[in-house]
Design a protein around this ligand. Structure first.
Ligand code: GLC
Length: 714
């Protein structure tokens, strides 16, 4: 059951396509507090409410406390809180404060409160189990037991939101209802499930040819290469530097013929430059955000001075989406949207203040206060929340300051792209993922978790982020494998790849000095075998992804979702269920050559080295220490479940998805088991056509069979 409660006048976020009628009265579970204003919903003014401020960088510090809306909930001691999407910390979100205030921030450390996105849905799982979705475009914070270990305190900077409370038969049912409410999750084309190589480094046609060629020579499958900002002419979105890419169309076609897709980045800031058509048209047609004086707002990003499209105006979204045609027409069929929080390196206002301060200090002998004050001034130039108060949108004719709807910016750009694809490419799915999103963008886009580091803690973080991101609707997700910042090493890369075999987006991306293309490492065979396993698993992973989208279920689940009565399983955060048949237990510890694994029920463990070299061992329920060499990885097949496998090839395009093998684990309690396999041409937009669903049956008597495909037992 879902109930909606309205507070104030929230701006439309497009998160919920068909809103249920709002309830009268107060929401279940929460106490509502609104200091400073009379409000129908005020339930309890007696509780002293503090905001989670006082923490450096917490954007709520900048708002007006007199206008804030607060919700509190008393947690049971053993309650678990899931959700909140890509936020840091564990899978269970207790003991920290998470702020939805989209930010370009590359240090995802334990004290980081806000990242790129605003995923305002969580589930309390325990004494009382329910879901809560705070649908607001403004800044909101979730103090999940940081200030008071037993209390959830949700604070909205502006007192406008729709609150949805969801009750159901446990967390899976709550997720399913929530996902039905927010609409079907984006499904990428099948090639997007291949292995992708990216690096903020490739600058010329030759660079791309070389990387593709070296992957071929190393016999490591590859489906996509990414074009970071250097492909553009002076960082102008939707342009191609024709000097460095004189034969761009031919390059796209040539790599495309080999099954390798080129995926360009699209940045939000539009360069101010005479002669640049997007800029000139945007100015002429009045499509950019305005400053207080009504001029096109200027911010500094990669190209220097830029404008931002006012994506709150539907026709501007259409116009921005139209720009993708320039690259689609050249053969491109995948994009990543970036810097769309929107990221602001500087504004002239803040720069002027900083210069003035330095000028004032120039002849001074700096002491501790003046020196650090000067440093802070420059450290806070970028992505300063105050800059989000300097420009305006037009929403239904009303001028709205950006900070009121800040979190919607990246989502609206994704929406612009997604909507344009449905008219520019009606018969072919286009791959899209975005750095900044809100719930709602999950219908048109995937996400990646931004600029992580080559740290073991970030491999662990990625394991915890995935199910929480998916609960919020974004099924197509992944992290930069190996780490985006700082130099990776071969062991970290290997372990990260072993986990990323299962993430729907499997992209190696970095800006590091050390190259991290797989062929640059010493034990190439190990890395190749990992990628081959990924390709072999695509029939399973693709089926599970599509079914999760159509049924509102999860592809990645915490163990507690399927084993609700198992108190041990509830606390496991370094193992995940992947689809209906698999459990994984990635090694996320440096130098480990084994790990403890908890089995909530008996499972068949596959200790994988290569497709034709693995141990299959049946293990009883309980704790096991399992050895896992660096060239080995673990997967566990659940009882009476199966996993279809295809023979890998150098690209998904070269694979034969009509001949499959099946890894099955019949535990003797059933004579036959079946599996619903999804398969299509990889592009089709009529995903739910019955002809794409196939039943695979394995029985003790008759072996394996499928109505439409040739299958055999592995
Ligand atoms: C941002 C992106 C990163 C990209 C870089 C240059 O930091 O998050 O993925 O490589 O910009 O475009």
């Amino acid at each position: 059951m879902i109930s909606r409660y309205r507070f104030g006048r929230p701006y439309e976020t497009n998160a919920v396509p068909a809103k249920p009628v709002a309830e009268r009265g107060l929401p279940r579970y929460f106490s509502v507090h609104m200091p400073g204003e009379e409000l129908e919903h005020v339930a309890d003014r007696s509780t002293e409410v503090t905001n989670p401020g006082g923490v450096e960088g917490n954007p709520l510090d900048s708002g007006d406390p007199a206008k804030r809306l607060f919700f509190t909930y008393a947690m049971g001691a053993d309650d678990i809180v899931y959700g909140l999407g890509e936020q840091t910390h564990g899978m269970n979100k207790r003991n920290f404060t998470y702020v939805s205030s989209c930010r370009d921030f590359g240090r995802h450390t334990e004290d980081c409160h806000n990242l790129y996105s605003a995923h305002n849905f969580f589930i309390v799982y325990g004494d009382r189990t329910f879901g809560a979705f705070f649908d607001t475009a403004g800044t909101i914070s979730f103090d999940i037991g940081e200030t008071d270990i037993d209390q959830i305190r949700v604070t909205l900077e502006f007192p406008d939101c729709d609150l949805y409370i969801i009750d159901g038969q446990g967390p899976q049912d709550i997720v399913r209802q929530f996902r039905t409410l927010i609409g079907r999750s984006y499904i990428p084309p099948k090639w997007a499930l291949g292995y992708h190589q990216s690096r903020w480094f490739y600058k010329t046609e030759r660079d791309f040819r070389d990387v593709a060629e070296r992957y071929r020579q190393a016999h490591i499958p590859l489906d996509a290469l990414y074009m970071d900002i250097d492909y553009m002419e002076r960082y102008k979105s939707f342009t191609v530097d024709e000097n460095r890419f004189p034969h761009f169309n031919e390059l796209v076609a040539e790599l495309g013929d080999r099954g390798v897709h080129l995926v360009p980045i699209i940045d939000a800031g539009i360069k101010v430059e005479a002669g640049y058509d997007v800029y000139e048209q945007g100015v002429a047609e009045n499509r950019f955000c305005k400053d207080a004086a009504g001029n096109d707002f200027v911010l500094g990003v990669w190209p220097g001075h830029c404008h931002l499209v006012d994506v709150m105006v539907p026709d501007n979204r259409r116009w921005f989406g139209e720009q993708y045609r320039k690259l689609l027409d050249r053969g491109i069929d995948g994009f990543w949207n970036d810097m769309n929080e929107p990221s602001i390196f500087y504004t002239e206002e803040r720069l002027a203040q900083a210069y003035a301060k330095v000028d004032g200090l120039r002849a001074t002998a700096l002491d501790v206060d003046t020196f650090f004050d000067m440093c802070d001034t420059f450290a806070h130039l970028s992505n300063n929340p105050d800059d989000y108060k300097l420009f305006y949108h037009t929403i239904e004719g009303e001028r709205v300051r950006h900070d009121r709807v800040h979190n919607l910016y990246g989502s609206s750009l994704a929406q612009a792209a997604g909507e344009s694809f449905s008219s520019l490419s009606p018969d072919k799915r286009i791959m899209l993922f975005s750095r900044s999103t809100m719930i709602g963008a999950h219908r048109v886009s995937g996400i990646w978790t931004g600029d992580n580091m080559a740290w073991w803690s970030h491999l662990r973080l990625s394991v915890c982020q995935m199910p929480n991101i998916q609960m919020c609707g974004f099924l197509f997700c992944g992290s930069d494998i190996g780490g985006f910042g700082s130099d990776t090493n071969e062991e970290l890369m290997t372990r990260w790849m072993q986990f990323a075999v299962f993430t729907p987006l499997m992209r190696n991306h970095s800006q590091s000095k050390r190259a991290q293309e797989l062929y640059t490492f010493k034990r190439i065979d190990t890395l190749r075998h990992i990628v081959e396993l990924r390709y072999a698993l695509i029939p399973y992973l693709y089926s599970e992804l599509v079914k999760a989208s159509l049924q509102g279920t999860l592809y990645f689940k915490p163990l507690s979702f399927d084993y609700p009565d198992d108190r041990r399983a509830r606390r496991v955060e370094d193992q995940l269920l992947v689809g209906e048949s698999l459990m994984i237990a990635p090694v996320v510890e440096e130098n480990a050559r084994g790990r403890m694994v908890y089995l909530p029920e008996p499972m068949r463990m596959i200790r994988y080295r290569a497709l034709d070299d693995y141990d299959a061992i049946d293990l009883a329920a309980g704790d096991h220490y399992v050895e896992v060499g660096l060239d080995e990885m673990l997967l566990f097949i659940r009882p009476n479940r199966m996993v279809p496998l295809a023979a890998p090839a150098q690209t998904t395009a070269e694979m034969d998805f009509d001949r499959l093998r099946v890894l099955a684990f019949l535990d003797g309690t059933r004579d036959a088991i079946s599996y619903t396999l999804y398969d299509d041409d990889g592009y089709t937009t009529d995903i739910d056509e019955p002809e794409h669903f196939h039943t695979v049956t394995v029985s003790t008597e008759a072996g394996v069979s499928c109505d439409t495909k040739r299958v055999e037992l592995a």
